[in-house]
Design a protein around this ligand. Structure first.
Ligand code: ZN
Length: 408
């Protein structure tokens, strides 16, 4: 590779620095100028000049700081402008569809979740449902004009390059060119990225939830199926094509039930919602209402419900012990319905970790419920949609003519 000319090199550095500032404000909220100087590691004058560009493009806003009674001039507070750019986040799950408009900085402008009756998860119905939600949320012209990307989380095995859903056993999909069809249906002139819902859940919990400040995290989400998202050294681990993290299909019981993927005794056949409901004496496909009822019964002390939850907790612990040995995470975040049952399964999980995991990694791991609740995967889809902008805000400013407008 030829060395870059000095002009090119300084341009590369400028773009990287703009990216660092916007990322910092997006992830951590308002910052004083002096805090940005400390966090980004640039001089005061360099930060001032870069902020000038971002202010001119209306990506950030600056407010005078309140006097704090400390010596010296107060440093102005810089924050992202959530109206300047928004993304559309979408979550496709077996029993619900959700969409949200999220502004730069992570502010949720509007969020809609609709339940779906079982049997309505066909590809056509799903695309029609997402298109309808998108039209509703983007009806406001200003919002539509501020849209920079769409992120879609799907409960299935997704190829990141083009959104092909290779397999989504609980939706009943196989080799569906979902990305291609959804892009055609939405008809929006912004990038659309389709990813696995556990991967987006991990991103969101790492950035704004239970895993903030932790660099080695396993996010395990339980809905109808079970998914895993990994943060390794602070970065998401997705595998070659985005297929990584399919922990729901780790074999745990050779005498177990047949899984939606075709194999016998996958982890999700023991810890998925269906198994819990059957143990609690209900139909496997009872859905969220049935789970609510089991949790109510458990709260009232019903032995059947408590035993069903405890048994699920033991199977959760068996699978987690293997994953702890393999990955040595510092934190396991239980999301989706696992977050809701956490108080009832925590002890059984710890027992199985003591029994099955190696002592050294076991001693370092903590199991916690997700902090973002049921919306973790949806909020993570927003982060995926913001990624291109955060990586190179200068490119976005140039293409959207914000620079020319600002200097005109
Ligand atoms: Zn399976």
């Amino acid at each position: 590779m030829r060395p870059l000319a000095i002009g090119q090199r300084s341009e590369t550095v400028r773009r990287a620095n703009l990216s660092a500032i916007v990322r910092e404000l997006h992830a951590n909220g308002p910052r004083s100028r002096s805090m940005l100087v400390a966090r980004i590691g640039l001089t005061r004058s360099a930060i001032r000049s870069l902020l000038g560009e971002l202010l001119a493009a209306d990506l950030v806003r600056e407010e005078r700081a309140a006097l704090r009674g400390t010596p010296g001039r107060p440093s102005p507070v810089v924050r992202t402008n959530p109206e300047a750019m928004v993304v559309l986040a979408v979550e496709v799950n077996v029993d619900s569809l959700a969409a949200a408009v999220v502004g730069l900085g992570g502010e949720v402008v509007e969020l809609v979740r609709v339940d779906r009756a079982s049997g309505s998860a066909s590809v056509d119905d799903t695309i029609a449902g997402v298109v309808e939600l998108s039209r509703r949320l983007l009806a406001d012209r200003r919002r539509r004009n501020a849209l920079v990307g769409v992120g879609v989380a799907v409960a299935g095995v997704v190829r990141r390059r083009d959104g092909l859903v290779s397999m989504a056993p609980n939706l009943g999909w196989r080799d569906v060119p979902f990305g291609e069809r959804l892009i055609a249906g939405l008809g929006l002139d912004v990038p659309v990225t389709i990813v696995n819902e556990a991967d987006t859940g991990a991103l969101a919990e790492h950035l704004r939830g239970a895993a903030v400040g932790h660099e080695h995290v396993l996010f395990v989400t339980g809905e109808v199926g079970v998914g895993g998202g990994l943060i390794v050294d602070g970065r998401p681990l997705t595998g070659v094509a985005g297929y990584g993290g399919e922990i729901g299909h780790i074999p745990v019981n050779r005498d177990g039930r047949r899984c939606g993927c075709g194999a016998i005794g996958c982890w999700e056949t023991e810890v998925g919602e269906g198994a819990l409901l059957v143990r609690a004496g209900r139909p496997a496909d009872g859905g969220r209402d049935a789970l609510d009822a089991v949790l109510d019964e458990a709260a009232a002390g019903s032995p059947v419900a408590l035993n069903a939850l405890e048994e699920t907790g033991h199977w959760l612990g068996v699978g987690l012990a293997g994953l702890v040995n393999l990955l040595n995470p510092e934190l396991v975040v239980l999301g989706g319905r696992f977050g809701r049952i956490h108080p009832y399964v925590a002890d059984s999980i710890e027992e199985e970790l003591d029994r099955h995991a190696l002592a050294a990694p076991r001693a370092l791991v903590r199991i916690v419920p997700a902090r973002l609740g049921a919306d973790a995967s949806l909020l993570g889809a927003a982060e995926v949609a913001f990624e291109a902008l955060l990586a190179d805000p200068a490119d976005w400013m140039r293409r959207s003519n914000r620079v020319e407008l600002a200097s005109a």
